[in-house]
Design a protein around this ligand. Structure first.
Ligand code: WT7
Length: 650
């Protein structure tokens, strides 16, 4: 997107609480000294060269970085295989019999796959794909629930060099079709269905609708999960378990160039046709394995649980490739946190003795809304580290997470990154970084993130602006699939050789970064540019409030007025005077300029399937427009409710 002068941001909210890791955590941490920051800023290239030694290479690289802006090649000339790095190499040690995946089904069924088990299934399935004619470079689409076969399918593709495109199982037939056609995939891997809150989502019938009139798909592999009746098309469709019966147990790995494509992942962004973000093999694997090790302070004994779906980048980088490259034990859960009861996540932590939990602010705010009795009823003492990703975490949500989930003993890593960045870019390192609730703290070693003004110059400490990445990084996207022009215009058109993230941010006097929200959501009140995050966080700071979304609505005098949609914690009712009290609270917390003009109460906010608040739709409602693209909306009923309510109260 193009930025204009209007988009430089004010820094309003002050947050002074800070937290240090305990003595014990500090002493045992994988990263104990801040030297890495100095070393890596003095020699960024040397730093990443050193990290490449984590991987097993088939042929060594000859040059760390070839940078022809905005096109980068990392570890030029190197050859490796991602599946080999996630599986085969662990079989040479005791890790062979270590649990790679602990699977918990929605219905309470479970399954453990050791590294040896996973290696065998991946090899077999790679042979199945080969028998269907899939070769290096052919695209395979994966449309599965959160079951081990999702990871197996991804790794099988990686093993034979076929780029995968994973489509989140909550997407519709139409979204699936668009993405299959864009990638011109030859094989689709799906399941009969997916369990969701006791119901069955008919993935195979969605897939059948998606494939009507599509010519590129030659075969469909169907995993039996829900046992509902599905139509199998003769010659095209085959059951996973039938195909696996005859598959050979071993399959050689395809030597991949460091710059060969590992996967395509579609991201819708806020507008327009989804973009196929392209990630390659060498730099991506170096980036995700390094960050996973240091950010999560991974130990052999850890039980690591990332609650994301494999359909998102978080699932790719921090359920599959990063953790498995590091030989971790990864918990994978099929269902939702409120099924069969609102303590499901905490029950799972108790059952498996989870030590590291990585989840999203939207989930934390939901837990906050439900109240602390659910986690309090379970034993969470195994936890030692918590993480968040996906949106700015409001300081109050951070404090709640720290207190009720982390038992005030677990460091919290607030990790900022994007589908496009592939790897975590800003984060605390839990053994050394003092944390401040609501701040993702500082860039990861070897990553150069800055906040700039319209001209691309860094803003001074204490101010806000546009968040950019100044230097290439190993896991960066390489292009938009089949559309390099869009790659250039979306990310690299504002300033020469600087990557624009689309986010607004500020940094404080100590150089800590605070995300202010997407630049397209910025509210302009009488010439003051206000990020959504600060107004929302000051509302969530009010004890009754669980969640808030703020937008700018056209206003004759001020340019824009601030309109807020607020969800209260369970058990609280809207009382007389609450609206005024909330307006005053925000005014006091961050200044009169950010005082909301209107506040509406709602039980739910419109969110994407990955849990991000869709402020664009709230703007449409507030300005009385027809709703824009709603294809990524998780729950359409929320909007009908909001529209009705908004019109009644206006
Ligand atoms: C956008 C990227 C990266 C995995 C999940 C989302 C927002 C992400 C944070 C954070 C504040 C965050 C940004 C970013 N975001 N993490 N820790 N603090 N904002 O991937 O769907 O590509 O979204 O999510 O706005 O640009 P994505």
């Amino acid at each position: 997107m193009m930025v204009t002068k209007e988009l430089e941001l004010e820094a309003l909210l002050q947050e002074n609480r800070h937290f240090e890791p305990s003595e014990e955590f500090r002493n045992n941490a994988n990263v104990k000294t801040p030297d890495l920051y100095n070393e890596s800023s003095e020699d960024r290239i040397g730093f990443w060269a050193k990290q490449s030694e984590r991987l097993t290479w088939i042929e060594p690289w000859t040059k760390v970085l070839d940078w022809e802006p905005p096109f980068a090649q990392w570890f030029v000339g190197g050859k490796l295989n991602a599946a080999y790095n996630c599986l085969d190499r662990h079989l040479k040690s005791w890790r062979r019999n270590k649990a790679a995946i602990l699977f918990e089904g929605e219905n309470g069924d479970s399954r453990v796959l050791t590294y040896q088990d996973l290696y065998r299934e991946v090899s077999q399935f790679a042979n199945v794909l080969k028998s269907m004619g899939i070769k290096k470079g052919d695209r395979v689409t994966i449309y599965l629930p959160m079951i081990p076969e999702a990871a197996i399918a991804m790794l099988a593709c990686a093993r034979i060099g076929a780029p995968h495109s994973v489509i989140f199982g909550g997407f519709s037939a139409e979204s699936l079709r668009n993405r299959i056609e864009d990638a011109q995939a030859k094989v689709l891997i799906t399941s009969d269905g997916s369990f969701r809150k006791g119901n069955i989502v008919p993935l195979k019938s969605n897939a059948d609708i998606a494939l009507e009139g599509v010519n590129c798909i030659e075969h469909v592999v169907v995993v039996k999960r829900t046992d509902n009746k599905v139509a199998m098309q003769e010659g095209r469709d085959i059951w996973y378990h039938d195909a696996m019966k005859n598959a050979q147990l071993t399959c050689p790995v395809e030597p991949m160039d460091a710059e060969d494509v590992l996967f395509i992942l579609y991201t819708s962004g806020t507008t327009g046709k989804p973009k196929g973000v392209v990630h390659t093999t060498g730099g991506y694997m170096v980036g995700v394995s390094t960050t996973h090790d240091w950010v999560f302070d991974l130990k052999e004994e850890d039980v690591y649980w990332c609650t994301a779906d494999v359909g998102w980048i978080t699932g790719h980088s921090y359920i599959v490739y990063g953790p498995l490259a590091n030989g971790a034990t990864v918990l994978m859960y099929e269902g939702t946190p409120d099924y069969p009861a609102k303590d499901r996540n905490w029950e799972i932590i108790e059952k498996y003795g989870v030590t590291i939990l990585y989840t999203a602010p939207t989930a934390i705010r939901t837990f906050m809304k439900w109240g602390p009795s659910y986690p309090q009823g379970r034993d969470l003492s195994s936890l030692r580290l918590l993480g968040t990703v996906g949106e700015p975490i409001n300081p109050e949500a951070w404090i709640w997470y720290h207190k009720y989930i982390g038992g005030e003993r677990c460091p919290i890593v607030d990790t900022w990154w994007q589908t496009e960045t592939g790897m975590i870019m800003m984060t605390p390192l839990p053994g050394i970084t003092e944390t401040k609730p609501g701040s993702c703290t500082v860039p990861f070693p070897g990553v150069k993130v800055e906040i700039v003004d319209q001209a691309g110059n860094p803003v001074p400490k204490g101010s806000g602006g546009l968040l950019v990445v100044r230097e290439p990084w190993p896991a960066m996207l390489r292009t938009v699939y089949n559309d390099p022009d869009r790659y250039v215009s979306t990310y690299w058109s504002n300033w020469k050789e600087i990557y624009f993230t689309g986010d607004g941010a500020k940094w404080d006097e100590e150089g800590y970064f605070w995300l202010l929200g997407r630049v397209d959501d910025v509210i302009n009140v009488s010439g003051h540019r206000i990020g959504t995050a600060e107004v929302e966080s000051s509302l969530v700071d009010y004890p009754l409030v669980a969640e808030a979304a703020c937008i700018g609505k056209d206003h004759e005098v001020k340019g824009q007025a601030i309109v807020c949609f607020v969800t209260l914690k369970e058990g609280f009712k809207v009382m007389d005077g609450l609206v005024d009290e909330l307006k005053q609270h925000v005014g006091k917390k961050i200044g009169a300029i950010a005082r909301p003009d209107d506040i509406f109460f709602t039980a739910e906010l419109p969110k994407t399937r990955s849990g991000k608040i869709m402020r664009r739709l709230l703007r449409d409602i507030a300005e009385g427009r027809a709703l824009g693209d709603v294809s990524t909306l998780a729950d359409a009923a929320v909007l009908d409710f909001l529209k009705r309510k908004y019109n009644e109260e206006e």
